[in-house]
Write a protein that binds this ligand. Structure first.
Ligand SMILES: Nc1ncnc2c1ncn2[C@@H]1O[C@H](COP(=O)(O)OP(=O)(O)O)[C@@H](O)[C@H]1O
Ligand SMILES: [Mg+2]
Length: 306
């Protein structure tokens, strides 16, 4: 059942919390404004800080379909918006040929056929086109995930869709949304997204959470972890983020680590277990080498003292 949009920032916050998403007031504000103003929300931030999750949570809390467009290099209109179903068109043509009309009848048939095979029946709608089809009051959530992986021509195309809420298909005309979908765009900032796209959207930088918020997240997402363990995990990870590493651990890694330590029946951190499980937090051998041993022992002591 499609739910109505939240009517205030407070309601937006409650909606996120009810779906186990621990948000800052500022994120709830940006999201609420995106709803009210019918503008896309552009979430930028490091990997694993909870950007994609926002779209999933919004879709499930509002009972809306989540339409996901995962971006990659070389993503084109055929994969993102629509394409013609060539094989079905070919079959249609063959069948018409087999029916084998002659003379004036054949000419009329050819005419009919060419308009027929470019009708919606032969159109394959991809995420962008499908996202424009929602009925008023229950439009879907369109997640355009990791936009920084695509290239600039695609951004230009996207800009058109996001400003007009329509897609023009030369053979049949335009698909236009009755009501704009709820759009959430994410970027891991491996490159800058064009200003024009950002200008269409509300922009929000998703930062690593502070210790207090991260502890709340761990409590919700790794409920099996003992209180002391959760605190130590969060303090350890927060300290780790202050170090010079090739890739800092995100919230996803914190949650993973907490669940791993629970699986190992740990109720508190100890240097040996930390050393043996560093690969859950750090994904580069150089980073692991830097932390394992002496640093890990020191960080464990500091985390316990915190
Ligand atoms: N604020 C948060 N509240 C609850 N869970 C969170 C939060 N931030 C991140 N997570 C969890 O961390 C994991 C990674 O989040 P994800 O949205 O995939 O990150 P990103 O898209 O930024 O790389 C998910 O399992 C998500 O549930
Ligand atoms: Mg993501």
């Amino acid at each position: 059942m499609a739910q109505a949009l939240p009517k205030s920032i407070d309601e937006t916050e409650r909606m996120l919390a009810a779906a186990d998403y621990v948000a800052d007031r500022s994120l709830a504000t940006a999201l609420y404004l995106a709803f009210v103003m019918q503008r896309p929300l552009f979430l930028e931030g490091e990997a694993g800080v909870g950007k994609t999750e926002v779209a999933k949570v919004v879709a499930s809390a509002l009972g809306r379909e989540l339409i996901r467009l995962q971006c990659y290099e070389g993503l084109d209109i055929a994969q993102a918006a629509y394409e013609w179903n060539y094989s079905r068109q070919m079959i249609e043509i063959r069948l018409a040929e087999a029916a084998g009309a002659t003379g004036a009848a054949a000419a009329a048939q050819r005419e009919r056929l060419s308009s027929d095979i470019y009708s919606e029946r032969f159109l394959v709608k991809r995420p962008l086109a499908r996202a424009l089809e929602g009925a008023a009051g229950k439009v879907p959530v369109l997640l355009i995930d990791e936009l920084d992986r695509t290239d600039e021509p695609f951004e230009a195309y996207l800009l058109e869709v996001l400003s007009e809420w329509q897609i023009s298909i030369p053979e049949i005309g335009t698909l236009k949304a009755v009501e704009p979908p709820i759009v959430i765009i994410t970027s891991n900032r491996t490159r800058e997204i064009h200003d024009a796209v950002k200008r269409r959207c509300f922009y929000y930088w998703v930062d690593y959470p502070d210790a207090r918020r991260e502890l709340q997240i761990v409590k919700r997402k790794a409920p099996g972890a003992a209180e002391a363990l959760s605190r130590e995990i969060v303090a350890f990870v927060q300290k780790l983020r202050g170090m010079e590493l090739f890739k800092l651990p995100g919230v996803a890694e914190t949650i993973d680590w907490a669940n791993c330590l629970v699986a190992l029946n740990r109720v508190t951190l100890d240097p040996e277990t930390v050393n043996n499980t560093l690969g859950v937090l750090l994904k580069y051998q150089d980073d692991i080498e830097r932390i394992a041993g002496e640093q890990a022992t020191r960080l464990v002591a500091e985390a316990k003292a915190a």
